[in-house]
Design a protein around this ligand. Structure first.
Ligand code: ATP
Ligand code: MG
Length: 457
C-alpha cells in the first residue's frame, strides 16, 4: 500500500541510521491512502536542520527553507524535502509565523498541519500515524481543520483557500464547522500576498469539484475577486438563460477542460454582464458590449492577482471572443484565425461549448448546431491549401523578397503581409510559385506607384 520509492528510502535510512526519527508525512501519505501516486515525498525528522545537513554531508543540498527547518536533499537525482519537527510560533499578520520552534515530538509537528487528511505520517512498520482522524475523514471525503478552525484560519488565512483547493481537487466536502469558519474569516484573505492567492485560485478552478466549491464558497471567491459578487442572484431576464449569472458561471467552469487558461476564462467570461445590462421595451434583458467590458475587467483583475502575462493575455482574448457567433464561412473563419491565432480558436470552441452547457435544451441544441457547423468550417480551412495564418507559415519568406530586389527594411514585411492577406482571403494558395509571382506583381505595382508620384510632384 505504501510504495516508498528507493530514492526516498535512501534518505529515510540515512536519517534513521544516524539515530534520528524520520517519517514520510503530509500529502504523500494522503495520496497513497487514496491510491494516488504521490508527486513528491516530504519527510519530517527529529534532527535539527544542521544535523540534517551533517547527515547528508557530501550530498547535493538545496537550502531554500532552512529558517523554517527545511533542507532539500537531492537523492538519486530527485529532491526530497526534509523538515525538522516544528510548531509555528505566533502569527501577527494572519500569514507567516513570526518564528518557528523546533520540537521533539512527531505529534506536535502533525498538530500544526492544516487539515486532518494532511496530518498523517508513515511509521517504520508501514503503520499510519494518525492522531487527528485523517483516515476517517479521507473515507468520508471531508476536509477538516486540525484543531479549532477559527484559530487555524486566523493564524494563516491562506488555509481558507487551501481548504477550498483540496475540496475541489479531491472532490471532497468541507466539514461543517470548518466550512462556516472559512466563510466567516474570509476578510483575513486581504492580508495574503496576491500571488499566493492566485496560485490557490488556479488550484481551486482546475479540480474536479470546482463548480460545486465555487457555489458553496461564493463569499470567499467574492472576497478575492469582488467584481464577481454582482453576478450572484443576477436575473438575466432572458429566455435563453435559465440560471442567474453566477450559477451559470460556475457551471460553465465545470463544463470547460481543466486547464488554468480555460477555467479562468470561464470564471471571468461574464464579469462584464452586470455593468452592461439593460431591458428592452418587452422586458427582455440584454448585455450588449459585455464581452469587451468583461475583457477589460478581467485584465484588471488578473493584473491585480499578479497573474503571469501570458495567461492573462490568453484569458482576455478568449473573453473578448466568447460571445461572437461561431464563424459559419471559410472567409470569416480565416479572419478569426488571423486575429486570434490557431491555438486560441481551438480553445474558443471549448468556451462556446462550455458557455451553452446550462442553457435550456432547445437553445443548447441550436447552439450546438452552430458550433458544430463552425467546427466543420474550421476543419475545411485547416485542411485546405491556404492553411496559413501567420507570416512565418507562408510558403515564401523574407529572403525570397530580398532576392527580388526589395531593399532590406519595412518594405519586406509589408510585402509578406500583403501576401498573407491574400492567402487568408482564399484568393491565393499558400504555394511557392504562385506567391513568388504575386510578390513580383506587388513589388512592381509599388514601383509604378512611386514613379507616378514622382512625376506628379
Ligand atoms: P500537494 O500535493 O498539493 O503538494 P500537499 O499536501 O503536499 O499537497 P503542500 O502545500 O505541499 O501540500 O504542503 C505539504 C504539507 O505541509 C501539507 O500536507 C500540510 O501538512 C502542511 N502545510 C502546508 N501548508 C500549510 C499551511 N499553510 N498551514 C498548515 N500546514 C500546512
Ligand atoms: Mg506537496
Amino acid at each position: 500500500m505504501f510504495p516508498i520509492p528507493p530514492y526516498v528510502h535512501t534518505a529515510l535510512a540515512a536519517l534513521r541510521d544516524a539515530g534520528y526519527e524520520a517519517y514520510p508525512v503530509g500529502g504523500c501519505v494522503r495520496d497513497c491512502l487514496m491510491g494516488v501516486t504521490p508527486a513528491d515525498w516530504d519527510l519530517c525528522t527529529s534532527a535539527l536542520p544542521e544535523q540534517v545537513e551533517a547527515v547528508f554531508a557530501g550530498w547535493r543540498l538545496v537550502e531554500t527553507g532552512v529558517k523554517h527547518g527545511t533542507v532539500t536533499v537531492i537523492s538519486e537525482g530527485r529532491p526530497v524535502e526534509i523538515t525538522t519537527f516544528r510548531t509555528d510560533g505566533t502569527y501577527r499578520d494572519h500569514r507567516r509565523p513570526d518564528s518557528v520552534a523546533f520540537v521533539s515530538s512527531l505529534r506536535e509537528d502533525l498538530a500544526r498541519r492544516d487539515f486532518t487528511v494532511n496530518a498523517m505520517a508513515l511509521g517504520l512498520s508501514g503503520d499510519v500515524i494518525d492522531p487527528f482522524g485523517g483516515q476517517a475523514d479521507l473515507r468520508a471525503g471531508l476536509i477538516r481543520c486540525v484543531g479549532d478552525p477559527d484559530r487555524r484560519f486566523s493564524e494563516d488565512a491562506l488555509r481558507i483557500l487551501r481548504a477550498l483547493r483540496f475540496a475541489s481537487r479531491l472532490d471532497f466536502a468541507v466539514e461543517e464547522t470548518t466550512a462556516a469558519s472559512a466563510v466567516e474569516n474570509r476578510a483575513l484573505l486581504d492580508s495574503i500576498a496576491r500571488e499566493r492567492v492566485f496560485s490557490e485560485l488556479k488550484g481551486i478552478l482546475t479540480g474536479p469539484g470546482a463548480g460545486r466549491t465555487l457555489r458553496e464558497f461564493a463569499p470567499v471567491i467574492f472576497q478575492i475577486i469582488p467584481a464577481l459578487a454582482a453576478e450572484a442572484g443576477f436575473d438575466q431576464k432572458n429566455p435563453h438563460h435559465i440560471h442567474d449569472v453566477w450559477t451559470h458561471t460556475t457551471m460553465a467552469v465545470d463544463a470547460a477542460a481543466r486547464s488554468p487558461v480555460l477555467r479562468l476564462a470561464m470564471l471571468l467570461h461574464d464579469v462584464g454582464k452586470p455593468d452592461t445590462f439593460f431591458t428592452d421595451q418587452d422586458g427582455v434583458g440584454h448585455f450588449y458590449g459585455h464581452a469587451a467590458r468583461g475583457e477589460a475587467m478581467a485584465d484588471d483583475i488578473l493584473r491585480r492577482l499578479r497573474c503571469d502575462n501570458d495567461t492573462r493575455r490568453r484569458v482576455c482574448l478568449l473573453i473578448h471572443y466568447h460571445d461572437i457567433r461561431p464563424p459559419q464561412t471559410e472567409r470569416a473563419m480565416r479572419r478569426l484565425l488571423a486575429k486570434a491565432g490557431r491555438e486560441a480558436v481551438g480553445q474558443l470552441f471549448q468556451c462556446w461549448r462550455a458557455d451553452s452547457a446550462d442553457r435550456s435544451d432547445a437553445v443548447r441544441a441550436e447552439n450546438r448546431a452552430v458550433i458544430d457547423g463552425a467546427e466543420a468550417v474550421l476543419e475545411t480551412v485547416l485542411a485546405g491549401p491556404s492553411a496559413c495564418f501567420d507570416v512565418k507559415s507562408l510558403a515564401v519568406n523574407g529572403r525570397d523578397i530580398l532576392a527580388m530586389g526589395v531593399r532590406p527594411g519595412p518594405a519586406v514585411g509589408r510585402t509578406l503581409d500583403a501576401l498573407l492577406e491574400r492567402v487568408m482571403d482564399g484568393t491565393a494558395p499558400n504555394q511557392r510559385e504562385p506567391l513568388m509571382a504575386l510578390a513580383a506583381e506587388i513589388i512592381n505595382r509599388k514601383k509604378t506607384d512611386k514613379t507616378h508620384k514622382t512625376r506628379e510632384e
